[in-house]
Design a protein around this ligand. Structure first.
Ligand SMILES: [Zn+2]
Length: 289
């Protein structure tokens, strides 16, 4: 399949290939779930957006888990990764029908979710793309053109400013509007929503001051206060103690030259800031282990 050859390997696997501009319905993704890729059949970003019938109870495990845990996991490896909404667990591409207003809703929801993490996730660390899913009998020659339709041209700019209801599983005005459109026979395009967390780059200017004193990537907890880590295609929740030892391990692996430089700066700071001596000394001792 042609578009898979162009598939961008996002989430840390930098590739010179350009990202796919469309998917074909019911085809399989060219990779499985792994350290960098997660498939979701739905678009419930946060726990409060999960419909009640999908949530865990005292007796049953939830049938659906929010996308948030996976994004948190990709942040905490520092390696990044992509969640594909509209792709089943086995990699089958089904897509999610979305009007422009519903796409806006997803973008606002994501921004809101990232602001609820601790620490909050700045906009330069994530990205969202809506990749159209075309019927597999679409003639090859028409695919690029169909995929490049900009649905922003089809909507009312004033209406787009209407506030969306974000932290709820209830229908928003954009969902009601979509229902009216289906009922009137309007064909609404399906998409795979690709939400990417970018790999942590300790030397990027935008990241300065966000990490710790060595500028290792920050560890985030999600909107439920949980700290998720991704290992292969699975998520783990670590205790604070485990995170502390992981961070020490990463710190030891950082380039010695950076540690030396930081220690010289810390030594200089110690002389200038006697009140904060203890804190800075502890940090310096960790770095020299
Ligand atoms: Zn909405």
């Amino acid at each position: 399949m042609a578009q898979s050859e162009k598939m961008e390997q996002q989430g840390g696997n930098l590739s010179k290939q350009s990202p796919s501009t469309y998917y074909l319905k019911f085809q399989k993704m060219p990779f499985e779930e792994d350290l960098f890729h997660e498939f979701k059949g739905h678009k419930s970003l946060s726990t409060d957006q999960l419909p009640k019938w999908t949530q865990a109870t005292k007796w049953e495990r939830g049938s659906r888990k929010a996308v948030s845990r996976n994004l948190c996991g990709f942040l905490n490896t520092g390696l990044g990764g992509t969640v594909y909404c509209g792709v089943l667990d086995d990699g089958s591409i089904v897509g999610l029908k979305l009007t422009q207003y519903q796409k806006d809703h997803v973008v606002y929801s994501l921004r809101d979710l990232m602001s609820r993490y601790s620490p909050p996730v700045p906009a330069h660390r994530y990205r969202v793309r809506f990749v159209p899913v075309l019927s597999s009998d679409t003639p090859e020659k028409d695919r690029e053109e169909l995929a490049s339709v900009d649905t922003r041209d089809l909507v009312d700019e004033e209406e787009r400013k209407t506030e969306h209801q974000l932290r709820t599983a209830h229908y928003c005005w954009c969902d009601k509007d979509a229902k009216v459109q289906y009922a009137n026979g309007v064909i609404v395009t399906s998409y795979v929503i690709e939400i990417s967390i970018l790999a942590w780059n300790p030397d990027a200017a935008a990241n300065m001051g966000l990490g710790d004193f060595l500028n290792l990537h920050p560890i985030h907890s999600d909107e439920d206060g949980k700290i998720n880590f991704r290992r292969q295609a699975r998520l783990f929740q670590y205790s604070l103690q485990e995170i502390a030892s992981l961070t020490r391990f990463e710190a030891r692996n950082r380039r010695v030259t950076i540690i030396d430089r930081m220690q010289r700066e810390i030594a200089a700071l110690k002389q200038r800031l006697p009140a904060q001596n203890n804190q800075v000394r502890n940090a310096a001792d960790e770095g020299s282990q």
